[in-house]
Design a protein around this ligand. Structure first.
Ligand code: PMP
Length: 406
């Protein structure tokens, strides 16, 4: 494994080397979308310069090369999350589309009175598709509540779980709070009542290794763009027998075996769920991102990130009236915060003037904002290419803003 060298890492992310509003860019909005190493950018450019062609259409060399790279990317993702087979790796437009695909496909399996369980801290992408499914079928949406620290309430899930529970869809990591949820335990309990499990891994995969066979979930979803890969592509992992049981999501080319006007038969996995020309360069770019990321010793990256978070936590007291939203014992380096007398969106705008990029607002988690009684928060989210000095500059920036307002 490659030794983690922060200077070398930063040099491989070209976008980081720029001034914004006259100040060196400090990018702390990684939970919204992460930056791409030059190897990823180069791989996409190389593909269009050398191999661009449609896939699975045979007949010429470019097509063969594109297909080999595209299917090689699928194998790379399979290996990354330790799925059994590439049949279980479906390309989607992102986490959102992956969840919609599953929720849509389960329509015929649900009846009135069946129950779907989500948690209070879900992203809208893991709420709304289930709500729509509930409306179509008469199923009921139930919610695992949380404590002030932003952790799932002890025992709450056990109380919700019944023989009527058909689906349990929870996030592995909260995009707002950074909380890491005990999903393995949740999956185990859900299986005991034969409920299907879907884990939203969008905020997990950029921070720690995930093994879908060890988790034993039915479905696992994530987006490339938060994992240092391109936008426009994401992954739906599903156990082969679960995917086989789902109807196709969209109809069109590629997803068919034989089409007549009387009857169409569908292609085998994974193609059954991939109607139309797929995101080819995006898959190649995502594989490159995983390859780049996998070269490092993961525990040292995790430790490095946790140190960034500890530094941030230790500096909170330097800002009077600052409080962290989400103090889970087990969390990734995401820091949502409020400062007395300052609106989150003003914090965001004034930090941007100092070249510091954070996100403000409800973070697509309105039910979670309701729990805290907040319209939104300011959120700094760190990646392994951020530095201790950037964390310090964030707090210097906040001090400046506070001086301005008092
Ligand atoms: N789930 C979580 C936990 C997320 O953080 C996000 C992105 N903010 C999504 C789902 C949706 O991902 P995408 O917009 O890439 O589909």
């Amino acid at each position: 494994k490659e030794i983690f060298d922060i200077n070398k890492v930063r040099k491989s992310f070209p976008i980081l080397n720029q001034n914004v509003n006259g100040k060196p860019l400090i990018y702390l909005d990684n939970a919204a979308s992460a930056q791409k190493p030059d190897a990823v950018i180069q791989s996409i450019s190389d593909y269009y310069c050398n191999d661009n062609s449609n896939v699975h259409r045979g007949a010429h060399s470019l097509g063969d090369r594109a297909t080999a790279a595209f299917e090689g990317a699928r194998e790379c993702v399979r290996n990354f999350i330790n799925a059994k087979s590439t049949k279980e790796i479906i390309w989607t437009g992102g986490t959102t589309e992956a969840i919609n695909l599953v929720a849509s496909g389960l329509t015929a399996s649900l009846k009135a009175g069946d129950e779907i369980i989500v948690s209070r801290m879900e992203h809208h992408a893991n709420i709304v598709p289930w709500q729509m499914l509930a409306e179509r079928t008469g199923a009921i949406l139930k919610v695992i509540e949380i404590n002030e620290a932003g952790e799932l309430l002890e025992g709450a899930f056990d109380q919700l779980l019944t023989e009527r529970t058909k689906i349990v869809a929870v996030t592995q990591v909260s995009n707002v709070l950074g909380t890491i949820n005990p999903v393995k335990e949740i999956i185990e309990k859900a299986k005991a009542v034969d409920a299907l499990t879907l884990i939203d891994g969008a905020q997990a995969v950029p921070h720690f290794l995930v093994d879908v066979q060890a988790l034993d979930c039915d479905f696992f979803v994530f987006s490339s763009h938060k994992l240092f890969g391109p936008t426009g592509i994401g992954v739906l992992y599903g156990k082969e027998e679960r995917l086989n049981a789902l109807p196709p999501y969209q109809g069109g080319g590629e997803m068919i075996e034989r089409v007549t006007f009387e009857k169409t038969t569908f292609n085998e996995l994974p193609y059954k769920f991939e109607a139309g020309t797929p995101p080819i360069s995006e898959a190649i770019g995502l594989a490159k991102a995983i390859e780049y990321f996998a070269a490092f010793d993961r525990p040292s990256i995790e430790l490095y990130e946790q140190n960034l978070l500890s530094t941030a936590n230790s500096m909170v007291s330097s800002i009077p009236g600052m409080r962290i939203i989400g103090n889970a014992a087990n969390k990734v380096p995401v820091m949502s915060f409020m400062i007395d007398g300052l609106h989150p969106s003003d914090i965001g705008t004034l930090l941007d003037q100092q070249g510091i990029a954070i996100r403000t607002g409800h973070h697509c988690a309105m039910p979670l904002m309701d729990f805290y009684g907040l319209p939104g928060t300011a959120r700094a989210s760190f990646a392994f290419y951020n530095t201790q000095s950037e964390v310090e500059k964030l707090f210097e920036g906040l001090q400046k803003i506070q001086r301005l307002f008092t």
